[in-house]
Design a protein around this ligand. Structure first.
Ligand code: IPE
Ligand code: IPE
Ligand code: MG
Length: 247
């Protein structure tokens, strides 16, 4: 049986989040510039989005650019932004054809204007699609998101539209960029790094973490299937005992 056929569709994660890492190292292995790795990562994005949609995964969040990535050399940042604009406009048609809705989380206002505009156009043009939601994390970091959420909540307390005592987990959820989305059950990171790098710290509280040594430009549908199968073989206890889960 193929990997795909082994997947239990009734136990599919509703939301998968991926830290797409290793583009630079992949390029270096080929004796090329880092941007060549980013360019080749686009094929992996296409493959992964297609595989997730075909399986019926409802949300796929891809970490494409972190707040900290602004600190990279200017040429790399510019090239990445250009690649982003180009890819978004080239892929909108395919997203619509495949009934995929595009959304974005992060400090989108900090993106270059052409990038921001392309992104908003693609979001608008795909907004009624319902098969899968593709969420791009762009200029995103979890601490940035939390600071924002806390400021918004504090402002409501200050102007008496919310009392401090009434703040719950739901209040926090509602003020994060991911408001309304289910929490990721599975988080995948490529390239052999075992860290979260400021990604969805609150939302990943109970996610299963999956690490692979594959570099992002080598990641294909089969790699996603492998991660999902690994996830399906785990016992998610949420603080309970194994025995409690069986009964
Ligand atoms: C991930 O690949 C893409 C981004 C962070 C934009 P990297 O560019 O981090 O590649 P490595 O980790 O240096 O190999
Ligand atoms: C995390 O990768 C961010 C993205 C994949 C967009 P990095 O390559 O920036 O992470 P660190 O610096 O190795 O932690
Ligand atoms: Mg990296």
């Amino acid at each position: 049986m193929s990997l795909k056929e082994n997947i239990n569709l009734s136990k599919l994660p509703e939301h998968i989040a991926i830290i797409m890492d290793g583009n630079g190292r992949w390029a270096k292995q080929q004796g090329e510039q880092r941007i060549y790795g980013h360019e080749n990562g686009v094929k992996s994005v296409r493959d992964t989005v297609e595989a997730a949609a075909e399986l019926g995964v409802k949300y796929l969040t891809l970490y494409a650019f972190s707040t900290e990535n602004w600190n990279r050399p200017k040429e790399e940042v510019m090239a990445l932004m250009q690649l982003l604009v180009h890819t978004i406009s080239a892929e909108t048609k395919t997203l619509n054809k495949n009934n995929i809705r595009l959304q974005a989380i992060g400090d989108l206002k900090s993106l270059p204007a052409d990038c921001y505009n392309e992104l908003q156009e693609a979001i608008e043009s795909t907004k009624t699609n319902s098969r899968t939601t593709l969420v791009l994390a762009l200029s995103y970091s979890s601490r940035w998101e939390m600071v924002n959420a806390i400021k918004e909540i504090a402002a409501k307390v200050e102007n008496n539209t919310l009392s401090a005592a009434a703040i719950t987990e739901d209040t926090i959820n509602a003020h994060l960029c991911t408001a309304g989305m289910p929490e990721p059950e599975l988080m995948i990171r490529t390239s052999g790094e075992h860290r979260i790098s400021n990604f969805l710290l609150w939302q990943l509280a109970y996610a299963e973490l999956y690490f692979t040594d594959k570099l992002w430009p080598d990641f294909r549908k089969e790699d996603l299937y492998e991660a999902i199968l690994d996830y399906q073989n785990r016992e998610r206890r949420f603080g309970k005992t194994s025995e409690q889960l069986i009964s």
